[in-house]
Structure formats: C-alpha cells, structure tokens
Design a protein around this ligand. Structure first.
Ligand SMILES: Cc1ncc(COP(=O)(O)O)c(C=O)c1O
Length: 450
C-alpha cells in the first residue's frame, strides 16, 4: 500500500503528473475535493493523490479508507476525469444536435460508450443499450414500460426500493398485482421452487436483484431466467451491485433486460446508467418519456427506432464520456480479473468476520461462491448502526454506510429492520487487502475496547 500522505499540516505542493496509460490498479485515486482546492486556477492537470488524506469530517485522522462502493464507486480510473475535462474544454457540443464536427465527435463518443456497454453485457447490438440517469431510472423504464393493467409482477424480499417502489406504486394505483417472494433469512437466497409456485397466468414480469446491497447475496439469475423463459415471462435483472464486479452475459444468463448504474462497479460518474433490452422487447416496452431526439424532427411522434425511442432530450454527454473511459478501463483490466479481485477481498473479509469477535453479528451467505463484497454487521454496544459508522470514521478513518440501505424487506428478512438496520462495508476495484485488514483490526479493537 502507498504510504499515507499527511495533508493535515497544510496544503502540499502538487506536482502535475502524467495520467498513467497503464490501466493498472492502485494509484488511481483522485482525492475528493483536492483537485479544486489545490489546482492553480487555469492549469488543466490531474493530481494523483491517495484517498487517505483529507480534512473531511471531524476526524483528526489523515487516513480515509473508502468502503462505500455499493453506494457509488470511488476512486474512478485516472482516464475518466481527463476524458470529461477534454469534452468540457475542447468539444462542448451536444451529440446529434449540431451540424458541425464537434457535435459529430460528441455523438461518436457516446456511440463508443454504448458499444463498450454492449460488449460488457454480451448484448446483441449497441442500439439496444439505452442510456439512463442511473439504475433506478433504468428499472423504472422497464417496470412501467412493460406492465399493463391486470398484469401480475414478481420480485423478491431481497430487492431494492428501486424495484419495490415502482411495483408498489402500480399496485397501489390498482394497475397490477404483485408477489414478493420471500428469501432465506440466513443467506438471503431466493427459493426457486417458491418462485415457480408464485407464477400466475397473468405474470408479465420477474424482477430480481443479481446481488443484494445488504447481504451481498448473489441470486442464481441463470436459473431464474430459465424459469422465466419457460413461462414466456420477461426477466429483468437489477445489476446495480454486480455490473463491473461479476461477469454477466445476457444471452447465457437468460436475461431479457438488465439495469446497470454507470457510477458503481462500472466506475463512471454519478448521473449515468443504462438499460439493455433484448432484441424484440422494444415491441412490448412502452416509452415513459417523449421528446426531442435530434432525429425524425419533422414528426411530432416519438421515433420507433432504437435507441432514440427511449432517449428523449439532450444527453448527459460529459457523464457518459466519463463512463466510456471507465468502461475502457474495465474491459482492459477484464471483468474476470475484477471478479477475481472481489473474490480475494471477500474471502479475506469472510476470515475477518469468521474470527470469534464477541458481540459481532454479521449477515448473508457464509460461502464465497454465494456472495459479493458487500457485508453488513451489527456490534453489541453500538445500538444505532450510525454510531458504529461514526466510530469507524472518527477513530479509524473507515468510510461506511449505516441504516436500512433502501432495502426494507431485505432487513426484515435478516431480522434487522426493527433495530434500525446494520452497518455496511462494500468493496470495489481499488479496495486493497490492506484496507480489509485495516477494517478487521478496527472491528477487533472496537470489540475489545468499546
Ligand atoms: C440493488 C440496487 N438496486 C438499485 C439501486 C439504485 O441504483 P442508482 O442509485 O444508480 O439508481 C441500488 C443502489 O444502491 C442498489 O443497490
């Protein structure tokens, strides 16, 4: 691990450094806020500084270890900021909305992003990749766009509010019926027999989170997709916690549509996401929003062709160009290798929580093969999960998230709903084994000396 740099004694002089072309891991940290605070006004240089250095929060510590990758990933690969700055400073134009080279170039950059997403998901054509604001926006498009009055939809108790809320909204409005299939309280795993039994004649959607953002439970999506396909029911996967972490292939995983955030495991900026839909689904998927697309301008109806049908309005070009760069990084490093990295960290964390730490309760699968690097714990003497997050931040510089994590039914499943939830640690592409060791040491210390 890089030695920590202590910025507490004043701002250091930052030397402009070249952005590494090698997509290796490690030093790719753009420290939060550092760039704007440290850069001379007009110098377009990127400083590579370790995350563990900051004047954030009340902590006297200079060490900051980011363990909240399930919320959004940090840091981003080095090329991301550079690509966004290049677009902002040198291109600026709106894709598809100008009769000049800069607009065409912006359009081309977005197409590259689309194609990289298609490659990552194993999709059929890049036109079937629809850009959205985040994973929730993609899930809303699929849920509201596919369901009609009288339909029945299914999801699970481990799913996120981004699936639960759109479905409940439709149910409460009397549009649909819904079933939320319970999951195992110890592992969070979905019971496939229970899923099969809950299917009705009018079931028109099965929506499942590939991995839980509470317990890290990986659901058997290939098998669920097989069941859905046997019944001719569209299968929607919420890959918010797996895209970029776990290899996904829409064909072999039997997926009809998959929602991905650009800003979590895909390592892009906030405000980006996508919905991939299998060819043919566009005949069933209605548009939620209509508007200008820069195409078919002579018509006052939404174009029928993809992706314009589902992408009204000007794009978040700067965000998508950043996402394209992070996708390039992911494709070069390889999702299999990122998955291997996640295995290593998760295995190390399983050893940490597997130690006999008195008063520590942790949740989710015990088996490495059944989970990703998202862990939730409760510690006796820290009745409120937020108090544990505060102790971890102020005493150890560890950044975590506490509470219900937008997944109330998942917390009901594991029995932590009524006690205010849990404290969560989540790993990412730039988390190191040393970070996991630091977390283990901190938990040990808190258990032994409250
Ligand atoms: C499982 C799951 N689904 C959906 C979302 C929503 O993602 P976004 O914030 O990109 O809308 C999250 C975010 O935490 C999540 O963990």
């Amino acid at each position: 691990m890089e030695p920590l740099r202590d910025f507490s004694k004043g701002e250091p002089e930052i030397e402009p450094v070249a952005i590494p072309s090698d997509p290796g891991r490690g030093e790719a940290c753009l420290a939060p806020g550092l760039i704007s605070r440290l850069l001379p006004s007009k110098t377009a240089v990127i400083s590579i500084a370790p995350l563990q250095s900051s004047s954030f929060g009340n902590s006297p510590l200079t060490r900051r270890i980011y363990l909240d990758n399930a919320a959004t990933s940090f840091p981003k690969p080095p090329g991301v900021m550079a690509a966004m700055a290049h677009y902002a400073n040198e291109i600026g134009a709106s894709p598809g909305r100008g009769a000049y080279a800069e607009s065409r170039e912006a359009g081309q950059l977005l197409e590259t992003c689309r194609e990289r997403l298609r490659t990552l998901l194993g999709g059929h054509s890049s036109a079937h990749v629809i850009f959205t604001l985040n994973a929730s926006d993609a899930l809303n498009l699929a849920i509201h766009g596919l369901l009609s009055p009288g339909d029945h939809a299914m999801t699970t108790f481990m799913d996120h509010n981004s699936v639960l809320r759109p479905l409940t909204e439709l149910k409460n409005a009397g549009v649909i019926e819904q079933t939320r299939v319970p999951c195992d309280p110890n592992t969070g795993l979905l019971d496939l027999t229970a899923l099969g039994r809950a299917i009705r004649k009018n079931t028109r959607l099965i929506a499942v989170a590939h991995a839980s953002n509470v317990t890290g439970t990986l659901q058997p999506i290939r098998e669920i997709g097989k069941i859905a396909r046997e019944h001719g029911i569209p299968f929607l996967v919420d890959a918010a916690q797996t895209a970029g972490h776990v290899p996904l292939d829409v064909e072999s995983d039997n997926i009809d549509c998959v929602a991905v955030p650009g800003h979590k495991g895909l390592l892009g900026p906030l405000g980006t996401g996508a919905l991939y839909i299998r060819p043919g689904l566009e005949t069933k998927l209605r548009t939620l929003r209509q508007g200008g697309t820069g195409s078919n301008s002579e018509l006052d109806v939404q174009p029928e062709f993809l992706p314009d049908k589902y992408e009204p309005g000007s794009h978040n070009a700067i965000g998508l160009i950043g996402l394209s760069e992070s996708l390039k990084y992911i494709l070069e490093r390889g999702v299999e290798n990122l998955w291997e990295h996640d295995r290593e960290l998760t295995g190390a964390m399983l050893k940490v929580v597997g130690r006999d730490l008195p008063g520590l309760t942790w949740y989710g699968p015990r088996k490495l093969a059944q989970r990703v690097g998202v862990f939730c714990v409760r510690l006796e003497n820290y009745e409120k999960p937020q108090d544990l997050s505060d102790a971890l931040e102020t005493r150890f510089g560890l950044l975590t998230r506490s509470g219900i994590h937008c997944a109330p039914l998942a917390h009901q499943t594991i029995g932590t709903y009524d006690v205010g939830g849990t404290t969560r640690f989540s790993f990412g592409a730039f988390t190191t084994i040393e970070d996991v060791t630091a977390l283990g040491d901190a938990l040990e210390e808190l258990v032994r000396h409250v």
